[in-house]
Design a protein around this ligand. Structure first.
Ligand SMILES: NC(=O)c1ccc[n+]([C@@H]2O[C@H](COP(=O)([O-])OP(=O)(O)OC[C@H]3O[C@@H](n4cnc5c(N)ncnc54)[C@H](O)[C@@H]3O)[C@@H](O)[C@H]2O)c1
Length: 256
């Protein structure tokens, strides 16, 4: 893909799933990659995979919900590689499947802090570096639940709707400053996130139909590599006139 070779890309949540595939794809396209994650073991594994493939990667530990930690991540990226042209702000969690009225405040806060404030923190640290050094491109990971409501996943859906609003607003703020900002909205993707989903004791009794979540016209779940291809495209020169967009990568789910 045009325009990625020789540049620097930062990927959060790169210790697993979609972030790992995205980091590996950036490296395969010739970019040096900053693999950022709160999970040091997962991050180290991703670096090993990239190096085994002949790529260049460095791990930086980060908690995206902490602005100071995020600023340190971007500083470390620039110290290591001298520049930052691309960022995939991807770290996110999915914690509970339950009625909105039983959702604990602490769980609401934690999810919003990682999934939404975390994207804001990344943008705040990345944008000045990119704008002051010739521009760049950013992709934020939203979700299919950024585009429609998800019964049982109100906090997650709210956080991802927020990611799209943030993406569009910041894209407009930076449209004339050389930084494109887009989002992807993955459909159901084969990663660890569902395995970590906590289901409350009352969930079986909830009157929710979750079948829409797994009903995919292409009749398969997405792979993390499906997402990585979309991220690489949105960062590439082929997407040079694309900004403020949220691209569903969902096997046709939202064509229904
Ligand atoms: N898998 C799906 O079906 C799906 C669908 C739509 C959207 N998404 C989104 O894709 C993104 C990636 O999820 P995934 O499916 O690859 O899940 P995953 O659990 O495999 O990967 C998420 C990564 O984020 C990291 N992380 C969590 N909290 C963090 C924090 N505070 N700071 C830094 N890193 C942190 C985890 O350690 C993990 O490595 C998330 O934003 C998720 O909401 C996933």
């Amino acid at each position: 893909m045009q325009g990625l070779d020789g540049k620097t890309a930062l990927v959060t949540g790169a210790g697993s799933g979609i972030g790992r595939a995205s980091a590996r794809r950036f490296a395969a396209e010739g970019a040096a990659v900053v693999v950022a994650d709160v999970d040091a073991d997962g991050g180290a594994e991703t670096v090993d995979l990239i190096e085994d493939d002949g790529g260049d990667a460095t791990f930086v530990e980060v908690d995206v919900s902490d602005l100071e930690s995020v600023q340190g991540m971007v500083d470390a990226a620039v110290d290591e590689y001298g520049s930052l042209e691309f960022a995939h702000n991807n770290a996110g969690i999915l914690t509970s499947f339950e009625d909105v009225t039983t959702l604990e405040e602490v769980d609401w806060d934690r999810l919003l802090d990682i999934n939404l404030k975390g994207i804001w923190a990344c943008l705040q640290a990345e944008l000045p570096v990119m704008a002051d050094n010739g521009g760049g491109a950013i992709v934020n990971t939203a979700s299919e639940s950024a585009l429609v409501g998800m019964p049982g996943l109100a906090s997650y859906s709210a956080s991802k709707h927020g990611v799209v609003g943030l993406t569009k607003s910041v894209a407009l703020e930076y449209a004339t400053r050389g930084v494109r900002v887009n989002a992807i909205a993955p459909g159901p993707t084969e990663t660890n996130i569902a395995a970590n989903l906590e289901v409350s004791d009352e969930a079986d009794e909830l009157p929710f139909d979750m079948s829409a979540m797994s009903d995919v016209p292409m009749d398969r779940m997405a792979t993390p590599e499906d997402m990585a291809g979309a991220v690489a495209f949105l960062c590439s020169e082929d997407a040079s006139y694309v900004t403020g967009h949220c691209l569903p990568v969902d096997g046709g789910q939202h064509a229904d």
